[in-house]
Design a protein around this ligand. Structure first.
Ligand code: IPM
Ligand code: MG
Length: 374
């Protein structure tokens, strides 16, 4: 049989991005060797790195056109992280790294973001929650990714000096939460399909007691739920969902929600696993899919070689599963990560007082460990 070749557009980005990307690639290459598949990775610019590279040109940007075209032409996109204090500014005319991320999500039509919260038994003590609360936790957040507040109109009116109420405080800002019915329908439907293949429960999270977008969301969800009598559907207000996630996380199977709620709840849910450094994500849609850790670029530890590469490595796992239907190979990665953790290997973020100093690994050493266990 001819050896399969997959072309991956790799986007290391900023901060710890390049460090963890190297480990993701290392694991991918090791899987390729074992599975007799060629993964050809090609790096492109995004985020602050892209802003720096295009500075002084006519269009300084966090997402150069070449990057978007390369991403579209690839079989999958693997991204690490974007952002950092160097590029933080409130000047609306200046590009910001996060715009690169939002633009590539939009540009690739990635309307759905999957964030599986997978527990590793060995990390039970790393979570701030009591271990008995974590019994049976296995949930996935399905986050709408190209609508809502993120992509609605953003407006700002600066105060004319001294003209405002209360001594120059007359400025104004607004962000608009917007949803079309089809945008809601496609993610909610996907969530019900996923629940069918899992434990058959969907929690739809909204704020229907206040927001019109949520009332529409709820109507659509109820209509879809009627088509899936085998799936148990529950509505939850987002504030209640935030509380339930720490009070009784094991009740959840599939959580489906809009963009901003999903952003917030997924950071919260990551702590069930012990660290934001463990949470991978898959962004899916009509075209090429994109895989990235749920965490950011962690500028405070960038360049120190101590970042946890596991969310990046588990993003590779999701890529094998969702883009290449390589479920067995994806399982190898999960097993390798599990074995490394079971044998006590930790990065600093998931280590505790009981971890022997010689078992606290840096980024590269943790990547090597996973490859060793593959
Ligand atoms: C995420 C991140 C991004 C988001 C930021 C970096 C724009 O927090 O992927 O969750 O809010 O979507
Ligand atoms: Mg986030």
């Amino acid at each position: 049989m001819a050896r399969a070749t997959y072309r991956i557009c790799t986007l290391p980005g900023d901060g710890i991005g390049p460090e963890i990307m190297a480990e993701g690639k290392k694991v991918l290459a090791a899987v390729g060797t074992r599975a007799n598949v060629d993964f050809v990775c090609e790096d492109h610019l995004i985020g602050g790195a892209a802003i720096d590279a295009t500075e002084g040109t006519e269009h300084p940007t966090a997402l150069p056109k070449e990057t978007l075209l390369a991403a579209r032409a690839s079989d999958a996109v693997l991204l690490a992280a974007v952002g950092g204090p160097k590029w933080t500014n409130t000047d609306a005319d200046k590009p910001r790294p996060e715009q690169g991320l939002l633009a590539i999500r939009k540009g690739l039509g990635l309307y759905l973001n999957l964030r599986p919260v997978r527990m590793f038994d060995a990390l039970r003590d790393a979570s701030p929650l009591r271990p008995e609360l974590l019994e049976g936790v296995d949930l996935v957040i399905v986050r709408e990714l190209t609508g809502g507040l993120y992509f609605g109109e953003h407006r700002r009116e600066r105060d004319v000096e001294g003209a405002g109420v209360g001594g120059g405080k007359g400025g104004f800002a607004s962000d608009t939460m917007e949803y079309s019915e089809y945008e809601v329908d496609r993610v909610v439907r996907w969530a019900f399909e996923a629940a069918r293949r899992r434990r058959g429960v969907v929690h739809s999270v909204d704020k229907a007691n206040v927001l019109e977008t949520s009332r529409m969301w709820r109507e659509i969800t109820h209509a879809i739920a009627a088509e899936y009598p085998d799936v148990r559907a529950e509505d939850l207000y987002v504030d209640n969902a935030a509380m339930q996630l720490v009070a009784n996380p094991a009740q959840f199977d599939v959580i489906v929600t809009e963009n901003t709620f999903g952003d917030i709840l997924s950071d919260e849910a990551s702590m069930l696993t012990g660290s934001l450094g463990m949470l991978a994500s898959a962004s899916l849609g009509s075209g090429t899919a994109l895989y990235e850790p749920s965490h950011g670029s962690a500028p405070d530890i960038a360049g120190k070689g101590i970042a946890n590469p596991l969310a990046q490595i588990l993003s590779v796992e999701l890529m094998l599963r969702h883009s290449f239907q390589m479920d067995d190979e994806a399982d190898w990665i999960v097993s390798a990560v599990r074995s490394a953790l079971d044998d006590g290997w930790r990065t600093a973020d998931i280590a505790d007082d009981a971890t022997p100093a010689d078992h606290v690994l840096g980024t590269v050493a943790m990547g090597d460990k996973v490859v060793e266990y593959l």
